[in-house]
Design a protein around this ligand. Structure first.
Ligand code: MRU
Length: 368
C-alpha cells in the first residue's frame, strides 16, 4: 500500500543482495518512517519479539526470511542442527499468532527435501519470497470476498456511508500488503463505495492510534479515532454498520484469538445486532485445535507497556512518559478469545464462511 503516495510492502529483500532484508520499523510510526535492515536470524528474533514488526501475517513472513538468513549462515557440517536451533529461537519469540510456527515449519519441510548446501540455501530464499507473496495475494483476495459484504450494506443504506469499526491493526502493516480486516475496506473504497472507519485506539500498545489511523490516512479512507471503550456506545446508537477485525490464531471450529479487547467488541456487537466479521488468510488457522479458550496460548507482555506511554513531546522528539504510580502491579494480556458463536462470518482467501467447523471445512476440505 502507499506511504507518501509510493507503493510499499512491509518486508522485502534488498535488490542487490538477498543477505539483507528490509522491514518498516513500526515502533516509530506514525511519527517517523524508518526502514531497518536485518542480516541475522538473531536480529530477526529481536525485531519480532520487540515488535519492530508485528501482526500475524507479517510475523510469519518475517520468520520465513529469518529462516533464509539462518540458512545463509548455517555451516555445512551442521546445517540441520543450526536450522533446528534457528527455528526454535524464532518460534519462541511470540506465542499467540499461528503464522509464525506455520512459516517456520514450511521452511523446515522445504529445506529438508534438498541435499546440497547451495540447493538448501536457494530453497530457503525461494520459500521466504513465496510466503511473502502468498500472504499479499491472499489478503488481496480477502478484499475481493469481503467487499461484497460492504457493498450490500451500502445498497441497504441507499449508497449512504457504511460505518465500520475495527480493533487493533489488522491492516497492511500487520501483513505483507493489503491487510486482512482492512482489505475489504480498501477494496470497497477503491470502487467508490462510501466507507468510514471507527478506529479503536487499542491500549496498551496503541496499534489502532499509531498504525491503523496512519495507514487509513495514507490511503485516503475516512476514519475517526476512538478510545477503546467507545464502541459499545456507538453500536447502541446505530452508528456502526459492521465490525471487521483480524485474528492471530483461529481454531478449526471458528474460535478466534485477537488483540485484547476484541471479545468485548464482539459482545457489544451481538447485543446490538451488529454483524461481526473476522478476516484471515488460511495461515492463521490452527487446524490442530478446536477450543480457543483452553488451547490458544495468550501472550503476556511487560507491564511497562501499560504504565508508560511513548510519543512525540512538544519539541517533536520521541519520548516515553510514566502515567501510573511507580511500581504499580500490572497484568498485560496481549490477546483474548472470541468464541465462534459471537462471529457472523469469517472472510478468507477462499470466500466467506460461518465460524463453524462444518462451514470452515466446506472451504478447506483438505483439512477434514
Ligand atoms: O501484538 P500484535 O500487534 O502483533 O497483534 C496482532 C494484531 O495486530 C492484532 O491482533 C490483529 O488484529 C490481528 S493480526 C493480523
Amino acid at each position: 500500500m502507499r506511504v507518501f503516495g509510493k507503493p510499499y510492502r512491509t518486508i522485502w529483500p534488498s535488490e542487490k543482495d538477498n543477505a539483507t532484508i528490509h522491514i518498516i520499523d513500526q515502533r516509530h510510526l506514525p511519527h517517523r518512517f524508518v526502514v531497518e535492515e536485518l542480516r541475522t536470524v538473531s536480529e530477526v528474533c529481536t525485531a519480532i519479539r520487540e515488535m519492530h514488526v508485528r501482526g500475524a501475517g507479517l510475523i510469519g513472513a518475517t520468520a520465513g526470511f529469518g529462516m533464509h538468513l539462518a540458512a545463509l549462515a548455517a555451516p555445512e557440517h551442521d546445517f540441520a542442527g543450526f536450522m533446528r536451533k534457528a527455528a526454535d529461537d524464532l518460534v519462541r519469540t511470540r506465542p499467540t499468532a499461528s503464522n509464525l510456527a506455520w512459516a517456520v515449519k514450511r521452511q523446515l519441510e522445504a529445506i529438508t527435501q534438498e541435499t546440497t548446501l547451495a540447493a538448501q540455501r536457494a530453497k530457503a530464499f525461494a520459500v521466504a519470497c513465496e510466503i511473502a507473496d502468498e500472504d499479499a495475494e491472499f489478503c488481496r483476495r480477502i478484499g475481493e470476498h469481503g467487499k461484497g459484504i460492504i457493498a450490500e450494506l451500502s445498497r441497504r443504506k441507499n449508497g449512504g456511508v457504511v460505518n465500520i469499526l475495527t480493533h487493533c491493526n489488522a491492516g497492511w502493516l500487520a501483513f505483507v500488503d493489503y491487510g486482512s480486516a482492512t482489505a475489504p475496506i480498501y477494496a470497497a473504497h477503491a470502487e467508490g463505495i462510501k466507507v468510514h472507519v471507527w478506529v479503536d485506539e487499542t491500549r496498551p500498545w496503541l496499534q489502532g492510534a499509531k498504525l491503523t489511523a496512519w495507514e487509513l490516512k495514507e490511503e485516503g479512507v475516512a476514519h475517526t479515532l476512538i478510545a477503546d471503550n467507545t464502541g459499545g456506545h456507538l453500536m447502541q446508537h446505530g452508528m456502526v454498520d459492521m465490525v471487521i477485525v483480524g485474528t492471530d490464531r483461529t481454531t478449526r471450529c471458528g474460535d478466534v484469538a485477537n488483540k485484547i479487547g476484541t471479545y468485548l467488541k464482539a459482545l457489544a456487537a451481538h447485543d446490538n445486532g451488529v454483524p461481526f466479521y473476522v478476516a484471515l488468510p488460511s495461515s492463521t488457522f490452527d487446524w490442530g485445535i478446536r477450543d480457543g479458550l483452553s488451547e490458544i496460548p495468550i501472550e503476556q507482555r511487560s507491564g511497562e507497556e501499560i504504565t508508560h506511554i511513548r510519543g512525540l513531546n512538544e519539541a517533536a522528539e520521541m519520548t516515553t512518559i510514566a502515567i501510573a504510580p511507580p511500581a504499580t502491579p500490572c497484568a498485560n494480556y496481549g490477546f483474548d478469545v472470541t468464541p465462534a458463536r459471537l462471529i457472523t462470518g469469517l472472510i478468507s482467501e477462499r470466500g466467506v464462511m460461518q465460524a463453524s467447523e462444518g462451514d470452515i471445512l466446506r472451504l478447506y476440505p483438505e483439512q477434514k
